[in-house]
Each structure stands twice: as structure tokens, then as C-alpha cells.
Design a protein around this ligand. Structure first.
Ligand SMILES: *Cc1c(COP(=O)(O)O)cnc(C)c1O
Length: 429
């Protein structure tokens, strides 16, 4: 499509946008009396208007029914989490039994590592990406420390990072595969962010999973930036496990419950260690208070505690909205909106002097999704402050990067045009 950097053209794209009305489903903060241009849905999604009713429902049931809400609420609490299995399985490409919802993301990754990272003295290395999200780095370090003592190995030996090449912003697939080969038999686990939080790079999860598994290792994915953003086929790709948070592209509210995928092939493996609790126990017998743990045959068998229903309620509102829209339409709009934002950025840069900033996210549509990360060569932080003061909500990542996520559910094409104008004014000042 031949894009134009004009308000009329952007409005025309909005008129043709079949998801345009969903913008009205969300609550936008205001700056200077105007709705903000919200680019941080990759960090905390906006609040859907319908969410409050889901939370109120739980509050009302609690008031009216108290303990009986577990069984007699309209949406009973004891199996409330099972409502997520079907809609989430469609979002991440899984079977419903492979999905569960519990805890928060880093906690779930730790729990998955109990089952899928079982190092021996010969096979103990974890492969991850360089500059992984800090929480993942701390998780790897603490897991390494936890196991290293018993194994009598140096924790430094455990974590292997896949590096970017000198002068490049993104990691090459061939380098990931080469690293897997290089580590060989010592590799125990591959655990990478499916979409890199900093650059927005989308990894080829299918190929990496297949190649790594040939060496007899488990492969897991941190889908914090992937869930609700990209199309996935976790089951078909034979991924061993995956976890994601719900408050980024999935708009479930701050610190909310995490989703978790465990491949069907592991559901019957009695030897797989796990940390257990009563909510993972055989559903029919859960309240018989038996002494011996017998896990549910499915991802729900990794549950531990009874669930925070007040925290699940907003997530349920969100997955029901995703079920209405479907990933296909979202991805179609996402591609066009991201491409339009990319065009606007190039136009503004060209109109100034062509050296102000640089998009570090891959230009290839297969390797990127909603986010464009922009390296500011010029003013840096002062430009970021200018944007924020003028109603463009973005975030700052050291040393000099702003991340822009034009979320297809609630960002418009006119937002992109308007952003370009504000950016230009900020640079010219
Ligand atoms: C956002 C994010 C997290 C956050 O973890 P929490 O446990 O939810 O605080 C972890 N990993 C990645 C890759 C993220 O993008």
C-alpha cells in the first residue's frame, strides 16, 4: 500500500478498519484534556470498560454468598480457572488441557524449571538470549546457584547466552542454532523470550524448538511479549512448556495472573518432579482431603493454591474479548498499523535530516510484531520527556531507546499520524 503522511489518509485507514470500534471499549488516560496516544500496551494494557463488571460480580458474590460462592456463584470459584482453557488455547495454539492460569510469570517459570530443568553433572547448561528481561536473568542466576552447589559445578558455567553480532541489534537464527550445536550434550534446557522485550524481535520458535529437541533437551518459551500479540502453535511446535503474563497485550491489569502451557506429552509422566498443592490434585477428589497427591492429568496438575478470583476476573473479561475478535483480525490490523507507524517514522526522519533516530526492530515482517523500538541518536531523554508531556505515552529503555507498541485493539491510524506531528515538533525545538 502507498501510505501518505496526512491526517486525511490516516482517517481513511481508520474508516476501513474493522476493529476501529474496539477503541471505544477501552479507558484512555488524558493529558492536557485529550486522550493520550498509548504506546505502552506492551508493558501494561489499557483497562477495558467491561472489566469492572467482572470484578464487581466477584465482590457481589462474596458479599451475598461468602464461602458458598466457591460452588454457588454464577461463575463458581472452585473451577473458575477452567474458563480460560478454551479461549487461551486459541490464543497460543494449544489444546485446552495444555493450558492453566495461576500465579505470576516469573513464579511460573521457576515452577516449570522444577519439572523441566533437572541438571546432571554432564548435562546442565541453560541456553537463553543475551540481555534477557532482567527478571529472567535473575531467575536463571538463582536457579544456577540453587543447583550448582549440589552438582559441584561453578554456577557461571550453567548459563549460556546467545549473543548479537558486533554492530547488530538482533540475534540471528543461525547463531541460535549454531550455539545449540556447539553446546551439544551439555545442554539441558533452552528458555528464551519468544518476542524480545527490548527490540521487539520475534524468534522462530518452531525451528529453534525442533532443532534443540533433537539434542534431547527441553524447550520452554517466555511469552510475556508474545501472548495476544503473535500467532503461535505451541502444541504443533511440540514446545515443552511456556508461560506468559496477562497484563501486557492481554489487558488484565497490573501484576495479574499468568498463563501457563504444558505440552500434553508430559501430562502422564509420573516421574516428572513438580511442586504440588491441593489445587493440582485430582479434581473429583480435591475436597476429600486425602493424604497422597494425585495430579490432574493436564496443565491444571501444576496448580498449587486455590486461585485469586479477584485477580482472574479482569483476565476473564480480557480473554472473552480476544475470543470475540480472534487473533487473525488482530494480526492483520497489527501488521498494517505497525507498517504505517514505520512509514511515519521514516517520513519524519527524512523531513528533518535523516539522522535523528533509527528503528532497531527487524524490518522483516516475519521477525517483528506490534512493537517498534527506536534508538534516539539526537536529543534522547529530553525528546522522550517532550513526548510524555504532550500526551504520547511511551517508555524509556537505557541507553537511548523508546519502545512504541501500536496495539491493534485500541490504537488508531490517526494516532500514528498525530504522533508523527508531535515527534517532529519535539525534534525541531
Ligand atoms: C514483563 C516480563 C516479565 C515480568 O515478570 P513478572 O513475573 O510478571 O513480574 C518477565 N519476563 C519477560 C520477558 C517480560 O517481558
Amino acid at each position: 500500500m502507498n501510505f501518505q503522511n496526512t491526517r486525511e489518509f490516516a482517517q481513511q485507514l481508520d474508516q476501513q478498519d474493522e476493529l476501529f470500534n474496539y477503541r471505544e471499549e477501552f479507558i484512555f488516560p488524558s493529558v492536557n484534556g485529550k486522550k493520550v496516544i498509548y504506546f505502552t500496551g506492551n508493558s501494561l494494557g489499557l483497562q477495558p470498560k467491561r472489566t469492572k463488571a467482572y470484578v464487581d460480580e466477584v465482590m457481589d458474590d462474596w458479599a451475598k454468598l461468602a464461602v458458598e460462592g466457591h460452588f454457588y456463584a454464577d461463575k463458581p470459584w472452585w473451577d473458575y480457572h477452567e474458563r480460560f482453557a478454551v479461549p487461551l488455547s486459541e490464543i497460543v495454539g494449544a489444546k485446552p488441557t495444555e493450558i492453566t492460569v495461576m500465579n505470576t510469570l516469573t513464579v511460573n517459570l521457576h515452577l516449570m524449571m522444577v519439572s523441566f530443568y533437572r541438571p546432571t553433572i554432564k548435562k546442565y547448561k541453560i541456553l537463553c538470549e543475551e540481555k534477557a528481561f532482567p527478571s529472567d536473568q535473575y531467575m536463571f542466576q538463582s536457579q544456577a546457584h540453587f543447583h550448582a552447589q549440589h552438582l559441584g559445578i561453578d554456577p557461571q558455567e550453567i548459563i549460556v547466552e546467545i549473543k548479537r553480532r558486533e554492530g547488530e541489534h538482533n540475534i540471528r537464527l543461525e547463531d541460535v542454532l549454531a550455539k545449540i550445536e556447539e553446546i551439544g550434550d551439555e545442554l539441558a534446557l533452552v528458555l528464551i523470550g519468544g518476542v524480545n522485550y527490548y527490540t521487539g524481535q520475534v524468534f522462530d520458535m518452531k525451528t529453534i524448538t525442533a532443532v534443540a529437541q533433537k539434542t534431547g533437551v527441553y524447550v520452554g518459551w517466555d511469552l510475556a511479549h508474545a501472548a495476544g500479540n503473535i500467532e503461535m502453535k505451541l502444541h504443533d511446535w511440540n514446545v515443552d512448556f511456556a508461560c506468559w503474563c496477562s497484563y501486557k497485550y492481554m489487558n488484565s491489569g497490573p501484576g495479574n495472573a499468568s498463563g501457563c502451557f504444558v505440552h500434553e506429552k508430559h501430562h502422564h509422566d509420573k516421574d516428572l518432579p513438580r511442586f504440588a498443592g491441593w489445587w493440582g490434585h485430582n479434581k473429583e477428589r480435591r475436597f476429600k482431603m486425602e493424604p497422597v497427591f494425585e495430579p490432574v492429568q493436564g496443565a491444571d496438575g501444576w496448580q498449587i493454591s486455590n486461585l485469586p478470583i479477584l485477580s482472574l476476573a479482569p483476565y476473564l473479561a480480557s480473554v472473552e474479548m480476544f475470543a470475540e475478535v480472534g487473533m487473525k483480525k488482530l494480526i492483520k490490523k497489527r501488521n498494517l498499523l505497525t507498517a504505517y507507524l514505520e512509514f511515519i517514522l521514516h517520513e519524519i526522519d527524512r523531513e528533518i535530516d535523516g539522522t535523528e533516530f533509527e528503528i532497531i526492530t527487524p524490518a522483516n515482517q516475519e521477525e517483528r510484531a506490534c512493537q517498534l523500538s527506536v534508538y534516539l541518536h539526537g536529543q534522547g531523554r529530553t525528546l522522550f520527556d517532550y513526548l510524555m508531556k504532550n500526551g504520547v505515552i511511551t517508555d524509556w529503555r537505557e541507553p537511548n531507546v523508546i519502545r512504541l507498541a501500536p496495539v491493534p485493539l485500541y490504537c488508531s491510524f490517526e494516532d500514528m499520524y498525530e504522533f508523527g506531528q508531535i515527534l517532529k515538533a519535539g525534534i525541531s525545538k
